[in-house]
Design a protein around this ligand. Structure first.
Ligand code: PD2
Ligand code: ZN
Length: 296
């Protein structure tokens, strides 16, 4: 008889580990309860690696040392990611053709909220050139590497090619300078339009390594390592960008942007994020995703 790992079992495993029980005693309890050894070992390992990757350092200190080591080993070293050097607490950063304001930032997840990244006339020009090409948003289907309609994303959208209009080029050059990452590693700018009620449910922007379509997607420049969501207008109410793991919501202010980076394709980066429903008015954003290598 095949045994399936239920959410209840996963919750129980997490409770045991959080209470400080070492993995051997959790495994023994599962075997005593009638679980097949192979199934129990796999369930234990997957659950602990997924869950413990996302907990705070304080919570992590409470788990058994061998579990902590296994989680750290499985996560390995992260890759180099785009960054904005804030070590000297600058209030403004020279992005080449414009001074960009630093509004707020946090380290885990690495999130930086920027002001004045785009001027109002640039926001309008990008919206106007996107309008004629909008279609209901598709997301990359990681099971095949193709594209699919996604009910979690009720916006309409389009992609520019890199350098497609003068405003797009200016913004791409500014971003490259700001985060110290080659323009060639950027995907084409995506524009999204949300009407009242539209939202983008929480998700990760990296490609799930366990999905069968991911190797195909990664042939074009490797993993995504950072995202910049730029607000092109202001909804009257709602439409913030949320980070549920840390209770953060970034307000959509015209010309502002939220930058976040992820050095591994894993929930431990705490970069789960979503677009909250627009309650009143409409919302326009432009998203720039940055890859590890050149996006061709
Ligand atoms: O529009 C947003 O706030 C939003 C939220 C989450 C955009 C994206 N993700 C995205 O484009 O990936
Ligand atoms: Zn996203």
């Amino acid at each position: 008889m095949s045994q399936t790992v239920t959410p209840a079992l996963r919750r129980w495993i997490i409770e045991q580990a959080s209470a400080g029980f070492p993995p051997e005693s959790v495994l023994k309890a599962m075997l005593d309860a009638g679980w097949e050894e192979g199934v129990a070992e796999k369930a234990l390992e997957r659950t602990l690696l997924d869950h413990l990757g996302t907990v705070s350092p304080q919570q992590m200190a409470a788990v058994a040392p061998e579990v902590r080591e296994a989680v750290q080993a499985s996560q390995g070293m992260g890759v180099r990611v785009p960054t904005i050097d804030l070590s000297t607490s600058p209030r403004r950063i020279d992005a080449g053709d414009r001074w960009v304001d630093v509004i707020t930032h946090m380290n885990h997840p690495r999130v930086i909220v920027l002001g004045n990244l785009l001027g109002p006339e640039e926001c309008d020009a990008i919206i106007e050139s996107a309008k004629p090409r909008l279609a209901r948003s598709l997301t990359v289907q990681t099971s095949t590497g193709g594209e699919e309609m996604n009910p979690d994303r009720t916006s309409s959208g389009m992609f520019f090619n890199r350098g497609q209009t003068p405003e797009v080029t200016a913004v791409e050059q500014r971003i490259a300078r700001l985060v110290g990452w080659p323009m060639e590693n950027g995907e084409g700018l995506q524009v999204l339009h949300y009407r009242p009620g539209a939202e983008y449910k929480p998700h990760y922007d990296y490609f799930d390594p366990d999905e069968p379509g991911t190797p195909t997607i990664l042939k074009r420049g490797g993993q995504r390592v950072a995202t910049l969501v730029m607000y092109l207008n202001e909804p009257t109410r709602g439409g913030g960008t949320t980070f549920p793991d840390v209770g953060l919501e970034v307000a959509p202010v015209r010309g502002h942007a939220v930058f976040f980076s992820y050095d591994r394709p894993h929930p431990s980066t705490r970069t789960l994020h979503g677009g909250a429903p627009v309650l009143e008015g409409e919302k326009w954003v432009a998203t720039k995703w940055l890859r590890e290598g050149e996006f061709k």
